[in-house]
Design a binder for this molecule. Structure first.
Ligand code: FAD
Ligand code: NAG
Ligand code: NAG
Ligand code: NAG
Ligand code: NAG
Ligand code: NAG
Length: 544
């Protein structure tokens, strides 16, 4: 039940004008504050709060927030301006692409967030609404997957991706038995079906993740590690420490005895993994374009302040000499990483420090069809898998050394935008390879791994996703009246989809609390009206 929420929205529906009388005059300046900023010219005893919202960050979260606001405006007839700021010169944040050799004529490669699945209903819908093209991810029939423990492969399977259809794999059954994979699959399916709640017409709106998790009955899932959770459900230890860990390590750079079980399960929900041809960032660019918001790229927000509880928010950025005034602010970036100095008369809700996994991504092209077999201690005449995932269990159980990387995966040939295979100076075709590691992989290491056949190399460091230990405590969604924090959701689940979902929630709250509106008008059931038929394509937010 979202009863308090419905109530507010219903009030607005009955008295549609009540919400829209802004801007109005509000006493603005209060003597007792220390001012860290140069105050704007407009500063007087009182001032007008402009009918304007600032969104800080133009990744999945911020771009979709702008889009959701535009949907709310359309549905409620609210008049509000939106500014989107990003310090980068592009939209997409952690979801962006690069081109091999920096060559514009080549097919781009994802450098950050790359895949999503069909149950990610917001992104899936966006792809069709914005006329983008989906590509299957990892359905390469030549691919051979191996799980490397630092000294040997504990498992190798041929063809297809690990997670797409791992249940079918005879070798998996042989190594782990039948029960472990089926039980795990059942747990993943149960999770996926409870996520569906978030897309239904009466989707919950939450003030904090704790209340959402208890509503979805996931509170105990985030409270334990993936290892504990699977152990408790009687899943074979070797299965969780090897195969499941391969998934948590490639997706979140964390082991099964470190990561909480909800995110662990998300790592396994990889059925039908897809990516947008040309780059996922096109979704986020389309969100901003469709929103009609004003976009400030290459613009760093330096300070956010408010001198009285009812005054305007002031945003100091590199785009304007004076602070720009807002009614509300949506923070759509990890709090600790923004470098923003906040100053308010009453303290903000506390956002605890939250470390992120610092990931080194190495993208390269090579004409070597597989990595160096002797690196992997394979005998003469053996080929190494072209998709190497890893487990920590070699070290944990057998005293092997830790794998030097989290994952090393081939991603098809280097292609031109027309789909032709590009050949290098020696006339050889090349593959694109992506390696995730904690440490930098030096040129010499790469040359050995790909037997001297390395073409292009690009290294990128990301603060990729939060460190996700089991917890029952999550950051607040609302930091103050009018100040909302989307990335509060990342310690629950960190994916592109869930960032758009968390943005939807924040916009729903903001539009209710600040404008007496909401994202969707509540559906009032008329007397005698049949219960609404729900069609499968319904996505709350996109639809109402
Ligand atoms: C290597 C890698 C692989 C991943 N794989 C997947 C995957 O396969 N599938 C998946 O769903 N997710 C994946 N993720 C996670 C996913 O990319 C993120 O969860 C998601 O993109 C986060 O979106 P966001 O908008 O919340 O944050 P971000 O994308 O980080 O956006 C925040 C934006 O805020 C801007 N910003 C910060 N501070 C300021 C400031 N002071 N002023 C102005 N702008 C500021 C930043 O420049 C940034 O653009 C991956 C991430 C990485 C790094
Ligand atoms: C952002 O800045 C970079 C580097 O100065 C520049 O190349 C790029 O064109 C700028 N982009 C935008 C959208 O202003
Ligand atoms: C979370 O929200 C619920 C209601 O939505 C509230 O009762 C609870 O106190 C909140 N918890 C925290 C930690 O803010
Ligand atoms: C988009 O914004 C411009 C200028 O801010 C405005 O004139 C126009 O009406 C807006 N269009 C829509 C569809 O909201
Ligand atoms: C392959 O790896 C082995 C062991 O790491 C190394 O000694 C050898 O030089 C590598 N081969 C090439 C051609 O680089
Ligand atoms: C990532 O790893 C750390 C630790 O080894 C290095 O200090 C960084 O230089 C490295 N980053 C890149 C881009 O290679």
């Amino acid at each position: 039940m979202r009863s308090p929420v419905i109530l507010i929205a219903a009030t607005a529906a009955f008295f549609p004008t009540y919400a829209f009388q802004l801007p109005f005059k509000i006493p603005f300046f209060s003597r007792s504050t220390q001012e860290p900023l140069a105050l704007p010219e407009v500063q007087q005893a009182e001032t007008i709060i402009p009918n304007r919202i600032a969104i800080i960050g133009a990744g999945a979260a911020g771009s979709s927030a702008a889009f959701w606001i535009s949907k709310a405006k359309e549905r409620f007839g609210v008049d509000v301006e939106v500014d989107v700021y990003d310090k980068n010169g592009y939209i997409g944040g952690r979801s962006t692409t690069v081109q091999p050799y920096g060559d514009e004529s080549l097919e781009p490669v994802e450098l950050g967030g790359s895949v999503f699945v069909k149950v990610n209903k917001i992104l899936w819908r966006a792809v069709s609404e914005f006329d983008l093209e989906l590509e299957d991810f990892g359905r390469d029939d030549d691919s051979v997957m191996g799980i490397w423990d630092g000294q040997e492969f504990v498992l190798t399977t041929g063809g297809g991706s690990l997670l797409g259809n791992w249940l079918d794999k005879f070798k998996i059954l042989w190594r782990y038995g039948y029960k472990a994979p089926t039980k795990t699959q059942a747990l993943v399916d149960a999770m996926a079906s409870s996520i569906i709640r978030l897309y239904e017409p009466n989707a919950p709106v939450w003030q904090n993740a704790t209340s959402l998790l208890s509503e979805l009955e996931w509170a105990d899932v985030t409270a334990q590690t993936m290892a504990e959770y699977l152990d408790l459900h009687g899943v074979d230890r070797r299965f969780s420490r090897e195969l499941v860990e391969a998934a948590t390590r490639v997706n979140y750079g964390q082991n099964v005895d470190e990561i909480h079980a909800l995110e662990g399960m998300v790592s396994l929900a990889a059925n039908g993994a897809s990516t947008v041809k040309g780059g996922n960032w096109q979704i986020f660019e389309s969100f901003v374009a469709a929103s009609n918001a004003t976009l400030f790229l290459n613009t760093t927000v330096k300070a956010v302040s408010r001198f009285s509880a009812s005054g305007p928010w002031m945003v100091q950025s590199s785009a304007f000499k004076d602070p720009r005034l807002y009614r509300s602010i949506i923070l759509a970036a990890p709090y600790d990483q923004t470098g923003i100095s906040f100053s308010t008369k009453t303290p903000l809700a506390e956002v605890k420090k939250r470390p992120y996994i610092h990931l080194n991504v190495t993208l390269l092209s090579t004409s070597s069809p597989t990595p160096n077999a002797s690196y992997f201690n394979l005998g003469h005449g053996h080929k190494a898998p072209n998709s190497v995932l890893t487990t920590y269990d070699g070290l944990r159980q057998r005293g092997h050394s830790e794998p030097e990387f989290n994952s090393l995966t081939y991603h098809g040939k280097v292609l031109t935008k027309d789909g032709e295979k590009r050949v290098n100076a020696e006339g050889a075709e090349e593959w694109v390879v992506k390696i995730f590691s904690k440490q930098r992989l030096e040129d010499k290491w790469l040359e050995e791994m790909f037997e001297g056949k390395v073409g292009w190399v690009l290294r990128k460091e990301w603060d990729a996703y939060p460190v996700l230990p089991p917890t029952v405590e999550f950051p607040p969604v609302k930091l103050a009246e009018g100040l909302y924090y989307v990335n509060a959701f990342e310690p629950v689940i960190s994916t592109m989809e869930t960032e758009t979902l968390a943005a939807r929630n924040v916009v729903d709250l903001l539009m209710q609390e600040q404008y007496g509106a909401g994202l969707c008008k509540p559906h009032v059931v008329e007397d005698g009206e049949a219960a609404r038929e729900l069609d499968d394509d319904f996505v709350y937010g996109w639809d109402c």
